[in-house]
Design a protein around this ligand. Structure first.
Ligand SMILES: [Zn+2]
Length: 62
């Protein structure tokens, strides 16, 4: 999942491998694995970025 740091508008994304990813200003951080994700930081410093219609994930190759 992706979150946006509201302080600088930076978007960071969990890599699903458990890597602890921090935004540049270190206000928020995300740590995502296939099983769960965690966000560190104050609620008012980030928002979730929805990625529904953005990009085609299922490109079917035959
Ligand atoms: Zn930041």
């Amino acid at each position: 999942m992706k979150i946006k740091c509201k302080k600088y508008g930076e978007i960071i994304e969990g890599d699903k491998k458990g890597t602890y990813i921090t935004c540049k200003c270190k206000a928020v951080a995300i740590d995502e694995t296939p099983y769960y994700w965690r966000i560190n930081g104050n609620m008012e410093n980030f928002e979730e970025v929805k990625e529904d219609n953005n990009g085609v994930k299922n490109d079917k190759k035959k």
